[in-house]
Design a protein around this ligand. Structure first.
Ligand SMILES: Nc1ncnc2c1ncn2[C@@H]1O[C@H](COP(=O)(O)OP(=O)(O)OP(=O)(O)O)[C@@H](O)[C@H]1O
Ligand SMILES: [Mg+2]
Length: 389
């Protein structure tokens, strides 16, 4: 983006928008220590000339495959500084789907002036080899979304690159990391390639859990926003929403959208109610979730829904009064305050309501404001009432 445009929206919350750009690599990965260690173990001895590594990383959308290869590449490059020169080439095969386009990208990472066309594949490989030799460099090649390339070229190019040193009186010129969502990727290859890749060099990433997603959102917030401008409740809600898919990209998008919403309003605090389920993805709360609640949980929710049809928020004290009224209406004996509170927390956990501790603590220390942004209160109200009529 042109730099002056970065200022758009910069204000009370946002200090720097770069951490939200798609190619920003965080200084450290959240919750992937073990996986990074696993990846590093596939590159043992890489500081020595003649040694190369191979890895195949698979995992679902937003599980951090791409960012892991970028973080690893940069960390490794720094760690080898002064011992072995590492050139990084990261090629996204969806953007460069043919073998010759991939080769072109690799050639350009070694020589930005590499001519665009007019060379056969073997000539480009030749020139890659020559450049590595003259720069005395080792190439760490990441083929991201590699299934696209394999579908086009059946692994021919990968095979050639794995054999780049053969008959050359050299060894270990190229390390390779293949990346794909497709967990059965390895099955696409010929046995000759599989044996060269090494079957033990597979790393499978799993989707992120709620805690990791909260931490990932928190890391972006801390890198991009004014300290204290994003409430823990907002981060918790983001974690909850994104944990359905385990997709870190969704967590980051939800955070950014909430920040923009707050910035547009000219406010300075991102709260839970500013986090909305993504309209582009499946809504996070289904009205049918209500059906699985216990009777008193439904009644607590019903009281809240009735008020939130007319108001933006309801205090926990009022919510209890409303609950008592609802119980009276259906001639059911209301439960104790502690039980009411427990139900409130359950509703929050499921994502049906959000709560936020009020600044001014009047009376009981823990007055909370309850809001509902993921569903329409009237919709839930109807659904619950049907159960009790
Ligand atoms: N462990 C992590 N720590 C911090 N940020 C992360 C982490 N994992 C993923 N992210 C961020 O989440 C977003 C999605 O991650 P990434 O693009 O690496 O996912 P992916 O697995 O490559 O997804 P896809 O299959 O769609 O290509 C990126 O912005 C990335 O920086
Ligand atoms: Mg990716």
């Amino acid at each position: 983006m042109v730099e002056y445009l970065n200022r758009i929206g910069a204000g009370k919350v946002l200090l720097d928008r770069t951490p939200f750009s798609f190619d920003w690599t965080p200084p450290a990965l959240v919750g992937r220590d073990e996986e990074l260690r696993g990846l590093a173990s596939m590159f043992v001895g890489i500081e020595h000339r003649g040694v190369s590594g191979r890895a195949v990383i698979t995992g679902p959308v937003g599980s951090g495959k791409t960012v892991m290869t970028r973080r690893f590449g940069e960390d490794l490059q720094r760690a080898l500084d002064g011992r072995r020169k590492l050139v990084l080439a990261h090629v996204n095969c969806r953007n460069h789907p043919t073998a010759s386009q991939v080769l072109q990208e690799i050639a350009r990472s070694l020589d930005s002036g590499h001519p665009e066309r007019g060379f056969s594949s073997s000539e480009v490989i030749q020139s890659i080899r020559r450049n590595l030799g003259s720069q005395d460099a080792h190439l760490l090649l990441v083929l991201d979304e590699v299934d696209v390339l394999i579908r086009n070229d059946k692994g021919d190019l990968i095979y050639k690159l794995l054999r780049i040193d053969e008959g050359q009186n050299r060894q270990g010129s190229v390390s390779m990391i293949l990346v794909s969502q497709d967990t059965s990727l390895i099955k696409l290859f010929e046995p000759a390639i599989i044996s060269r890749l090494g079957e033990s060099n597979m790393l499978t990433l799993r989707g992120y859990g709620e805690k990791a997603l909260i931490d990932i959102a928190k890391q972006r917030y801390e890198e991009a926003c004014r300290p204290g401008s994003v409430d823990d409740g907002a981060l918790a809600k983001i974690g909850r929403f994104a944990s359905e898919s385990g997709d870190a990209r969704l967590a980051i998008e939800l955070l950014e959208a909430a920040i923009i919403r707050v910035e547009k309003d000219g406010r300075g605090d991102v709260l839970a109610e500013d986090v909305h389920p993504s309209t582009l993805r499946a809504a996070s709360v289904e009205p049918s979730q209500v059906d699985e609640l216990g009777d008193h949980q439904k009644l607590v929710l019903l009281g809240i829904c009735r008020r939130l049809k007319k108001a933006d928020a309801v205090s926990s004290g009022d919510a209890q009064k409303l609950y008592n009224l609802v119980c009276e209406e259906f001639t059911i004996k209301p439960r104790s305050y502690t039980t009411f509170w427990k139900h409130l927390k359950t509703l929050e956990k499921i994502g049906l309501i959000e709560t936020r501790t009020a600044n001014a603590s009047v009376g009981r220390g823990r007055t909370q404001h309850i809001t509902m942004t993921n569903t329409q209160p009237a919709l839930l109200e109807n659904r619950i009432e049907k159960d009790f009529l």
